[in-house]
Design a protein. Structure first.
Length: 140
């Protein structure tokens, strides 16, 4: 006897989910499933679902991960830059503080939504937090 066939929706949810394309789509703030629909409905607000392929995003759990990674990256870029500007270029402290503040804020604002998209794409590709369940409910 043949096992019962899964519906197209369930088949789609059980299909292969390659990590690299998903991360690229997430970094571009696009749906990790289809790559067309927007992942975020605001600067950092995650859309409830993809308007193109109907993939639900409501169970994502990025939490503090994107902020942590953004601080980690920006901090590791800023610290050597401070050392270089102060020790090698002998830059005025007030000018240095102003320049580095602008770079720090701009880089953080650029990275945060992209890292959040990549975090959600990782969860989607690894079927974490309900992304793998056929009915889209969260598993704990
Ligand atoms: Zn989609």
């Amino acid at each position: 006897m043949e096992p019962p066939k899964a519906s197209p929706l369930v088949q789609g949810r059980l299909a292969e989910r390659p990590l690299k394309p998903a991360l690229t789509r997430g970094w571009r703030r696009r749906c990790p499933n289809c790559g067309s629909g927007p992942l975020l409905s605001g600067y950092l607000k995650v859309a409830d679902h993809c308007p193109v392929c109907e993939e639900p995003f409501h169970h994502q759990r990025a939490d503090d991960g994107p902020a942590y990674l953004t601080i980690l990256i920006v901090g590791h870029l800023m610290a050597p830059m401070i050392m270089f500007l102060y020790a090698e270029l002998h830059m005025e402290p007030l000018i240095m503080a102003t320049v580095l503040t602008v770079i720090c804020v701009a880089l953080s604002l650029y990275l945060l939504p992209r890292i959040k998209g990549a975090f959600i794409a990782l969860q989607w590709a690894r079927r974490m937090h309900g992304f793998g369940s056929p009915d889209g409910t969260a598993e704990h």
